[in-house]
Design a protein around this ligand. Structure first.
Ligand code: TYD
Length: 226
């Protein structure tokens, strides 16, 4: 059964500025007075953060794509049980930096495991806990990877396993996200990320405002028909 809270996810290839946009969106919704739970994947729980370490660490050699997918869904199962479902059940708005569309795009398309395989995991682990609104930040992988590398140089950090995959991998992931958006246009909105941070954020806020307005209309219709 659908839980009372709203579930919003942010997606996109590495280097689209997703985490910054996530932070700004969370600030905005808090100011509007939403009871809000900000979270991220892979991670969001102690177990999930440990799994994230295995997934992102370049020293993890020879991780089979199917093992990668299973680890991601293990982290997601933990995240759902500890964070997402309890928050939605309390009527909170959950805003997650990545969720299950990342698995379709990265493992289904990027790793070529296929959409059917990912959906099979998804049905078992996520069931009907699906996002209500998903924002995909879209950017040419050449620009995105250069940005991600710049960030690492600034922070003196190393590339993660996915960022190290190169342009063709990220081009497949991007194509995956765009395919999902074409299949589910009412849930998934694509935002061009080759613009200043404030402009991208303004468009995200417009999309979120429209979504919240639709939801409140549906909610009030539901209340009067009862
Ligand atoms: P992210 O937190 O966006 O990385 P960063 O904080 O370094 O920008 O995501 C970590 C990586 O995990 C990212 O490269 C994509 C990958 N990932 C998948 O491959 N499948 C998934 O289902 C998820 C949630 C993430």
């Amino acid at each position: 059964m659908k839980q009372p809270g709203l579930f919003i996810t942010l997606e996109g290839i590495d280097g689209t500025g997703k985490s910054t946009q996530h932070r700004l969106l969370v600030q905005y919704l808090r100011k509007l007075g939403h009871r809000l739970r900000a979270t991220r994947e892979p991670g969001g729980t102690r177990v999930g953060e440990r799994i994230r370490g295995i997934l992102l660490d370049l020293s993890t050699k020879r991780l089979a794509p199917m093992a990668e997918l299973a680890l991601i869904y293990a982290a997601r199962a933990q995240h759902l049980e500890e964070v997402v479902r309890p928050s939605l059940g309390r009527g909170e708005t959950v805003v997650s930096d990545r969720y299950n569309d990342a698995s379709l795009a990265y493992q289904g398309y990027g790793r070529k495991l296929g959409v059917e395989t990912v959906r099979a995991f998804d049905q078992i682990v996520c069931g009907d806990t699906q996002p209500d609104l998903t924002i995909v930040l879209d950017l040419d992988p050449r620009i995105a990877l250069a940005r991600a590398q710049g960030r690492e140089t600034r922070r003196n950090s190393r590339r993660g396993r996915f960022e190290a995959q190169g342009r063709q991998f990220h081009a497949r992931v991007r194509a995956g996200y765009l395919a999902i958006a074409r299949q589910e246009p009412s849930r998934v909105k694509v935002v061009r990320a080759d613009r200043p941070i404030a402009e991208v954020q303004a468009e995200i806020r417009r999309l979120v405002d429209d979504f919240l307005e639709r939801e409140s209309e549906v909610g009030s219709r539901g209340a009067t028909s009862r």
